[in-house]
Design a protein around this ligand. Structure first.
Ligand code: XMP
Length: 326
């Protein structure tokens, strides 16, 4: 039997009871596969890797070694949440690597979107590889592969997180949620006690804020991006819209505009608010965020984020505009 094919009679996991049964089954299976050996996991803090981490902590505790690489392009509070949940609450064996300077130094002056993506992806693998080499006695690599990854990779084994590791670091894979769809992964995550903000996290591109800080990334614009994104998230949640909008974020372009601040002429960055609803990210519509909410977001960004003098709402559906700006 091909164990990368979801059995036709497998129940959709949509209740806590079904999630508990799935977890119990996977805990037994992982213990049988791994025995007393060690498992390595790249823990980004996204839904899939977080659920895999929580599941494996339940199954094998400290035999799981999680590596969280902060590439400096995370949203505000994300790396802190990974440490709080996994190290402090779940007592995980977690290695935290702050590689911010490494990534930002490499990205300095690089303005082409695909080049930026390549650098971020390549450097991520390098940092992870370095950490993996420091560890001894690792036999397995856990991955947050989910069923759509397998379907989309056309039968080729999907490498969800850290594809690209060199030959001598090809460990045996542990992929406990590889037959689940995203909604099922969330149900399992909830049953494992992960916080709602982690389980319900909206999709976040691998290159993170790197593709929202347009052109060559600079630290001042990256800071403006992180702060404005946090304000947007707070206000959308406060308005009760966070479960209704599929993806929302801010973008900071690499051109300035004129403003007036404290009676003086300013020449600062604009912040663009982007929000979309979609089913499959192939097409998307723009939600009608109430004007009052947009005004509150604008007022807060202008008052609280240094170096920003203008706020815009992007009304472009996909097509023609893509969801991300680059
Ligand atoms: P676009 O901009 O192509 O985005 O309309 C569609 C969805 O894909 C996400 N996205 C990415 N995800 N790496 C990722 O993991 C990337 O390089 C990347 N670029 C776009 C985007 O956030 C949206 O959900």
């Amino acid at each position: 039997m091909d164990n990368n094919v979801r059995p036709a009679d497998m129940a959709r996991i949509n209740t806590p009871a079904l999630a508990d049964a799935f977890i119990a089954g996977q805990v037994a299976q992982v213990r049988a596969q791994v025995g007393g050996k060690k498992v390595l996991l790249a823990l980004s803090g996204g839904v899939d890797s977080s659920v895999v981490a929580a599941l494996l902590i339940k199954a094998i505790g400290k035999q799981l070694v999680c590596v969280h690489v902060n590439h400096g392009l995370m949203r505000k509070g994300e790396s802190e949440q990974v440490i709080e949940v996994f190290k402090n609450q779940l007592d995980a064996n977690l290695i935290y690597v702050d590689a911010t300077d490494r990534f930002l130094d490499l990205l300095a002056g690089v303005d082409e979107p695909e080049k930026k993506r390549k650098i971020i992806g390549g450097e991520f693998i390098k940092v992870f590889e370095e950490e993996a080499r420091k560890l001894e006695g690792i036999d397995f690599l856990a991955q947050g592969t989910i069923y759509p990854d397998i379907l989309e990779s056309d039968g080729v084994k999907a490498h969800h997180n850290v594809g690209g590791l060199p030959e001598d670091l090809q460990f045996e894979l542990v992929e406990p949620v590889k037959l689940l769809f995203k909604d099922e992964v969330r149900v399992v995550g909830r049953a494992l006690g992960l916080p709602e903000s982690m389980v319900e996290r909206q999709p976040f591109p691998g290159p993170g804020l790197g593709v929202r800080c347009l052109g060559a990334i600079t630290r001042d614009r990256l800071a403006a991006l992180r702060e404005s994104d946090a304000i947007l998230r707070e206000e959308i949640a406060a308005a009760g819209l966070d479960k209704q909008i599929w993806q929302f974020f801010t973008v900071v372009p690499n051109f300035r505009s004129t403003g007036v601040r404290d009676g003086k002429r300013a020449f600062d960055w604009p912040v663009i608010v982007r929000a979309v609803n979609t089913v499959d990210a192939m097409t998307a519509t723009v939600p009608e965020i109430p004007y009052e909410v947009l005004k509150k977001i604008t007022a807060r960004v202008l008052a609280e984020v240094p170096g920003v003098c203008r706020v815009l709402y992007d009304l472009t559906p996909k097509p023609v505009g893509t969801i991300e700006w680059e």
